[in-house]
Design a protein around this ligand. Structure first.
Ligand code: NAD
Length: 256
């Protein structure tokens, strides 16, 4: 009697989440971006070890529960990617993703988080692991609203945004969107993390530039209730607040 034993390999069984999975070729992308940034964009960071940085990034979330991510998980990565942004050159943003980066592309001396090594590497990507597997979960990752807020991607952005704000000095700028109802959105990273981690001993002023759709300028955005709230928070923190509607240079820039 011949007994046939059929063996097959099952694909790794990952937990199913409501958000899209890890970006395809995640590791190759972060490694490539690290080399591009440190060799071409900012060659003064050419001494950074991208292999080590790439490993610290994936070590932060692989084989772990993607809903219990912590700041601690990202500490080794944070230490390998420290970078100095000159005083007066920090540019924060909220709800102005495209415009702010077009502007920063022209105003090369200004740094958004995405113009620093770690922000540059991670911008637009998704990632998560699974406690039962050493691999990335390319099928699904936690959605921050439907699954959990302490997911690997959100905790990463909270952690790097916190450091970015803590490190800022001099005048800090923020580009806000005056065409949405919550120009200063209390749920945004800017409001929850960045505003509260500016150090008043180092940052004397927060200068807001509030942009509106130029085809549709109707109101004075700086007097908007949500902006008053921002002003109040900053005055309690001993940081001067200034606000300009449709900042001129940006507006001209927008039109061309
Ligand atoms: P925003 O509401 O316009 O969000 C900007 C982008 O970040 C959106 O794609 C949003 O989905 C994503 N994002 C924000 N908070 C997130 C979180 N907790 N988890 C996962 N994704 C999140 O503006 P914001 O929330 O004020 O964030 C912008 C500010 O915070 C900037 O100053 C920047 O320094 C930093 N930041 C950047 C990113 C990024 O994707 N590059 C993400 C978060 C925060």
């Amino acid at each position: 009697v011949v007994v046939g034993i059929v063996m097959w390999r099952q694909p790794p069984q990952h937990q199913e989440w409501k958000g899209a999975g890890t970006t395809a070729h995640f590791y190759e992308i972060i490694l490539g971006r690290c080399y591009t940034y440190t060799q071409i964009v900012r060659p003064e960071l050419g001494h950074k070890d991208c292999q080590k940085i790439g490993k610290a990034f994936t070590d932060a979330f692989l084989s772990k529960d993607p809903c219990s991510s912590t700041e601690q998980d990202y500490q080794p990565l944070m230490e390998l990617t420290n970078q100095t942004v000159p005083c007066d050159k920090t540019l924060l943003w909220s709800k102005t993703n495209e415009l702010v980066h077009e502007y920063a592309w022209v105003q090369r001396e200004l740094f958004t988080l995405e113009n620093t090594l770690l922000g540059y590497m991670a911008d637009g990507l998704r990632w998560c692991g699974d406690p039962g597997s050493p691999e990335m979960n390319y099928q699904s990752c936690p959605d921050r609203w439907k699954d959990c807020s302490n997911n690997s991607v959100s905790v990463f952005w909270n952690t790097v945004s916190k450091r970015f704000a803590e490190d800022a000095c001099g005048v800090v700028r923020v580009l806000l969107n005056g065409s949405v109802h919550n120009t200063f959105d209390e749920r945004s990273t800017f409001a929850r993390v960045e505003v509260f981690n500016l150090h008043p001993e180092k940052v004397h002023t927060l200068q807001a530039w509030v942009m509106q759709d130029i085809r549709n300028i109707s109101s004075d955005s700086c007097s908007h209730a949500s902006i008053k709230n921002l002003k109040l928070i900053l005055s309690k923190r001993n940081i001067t607040f200034t606000c300009e509607n449709n900042y001129r240079i940006l507006q001209d820039f927008f039109m061309f």
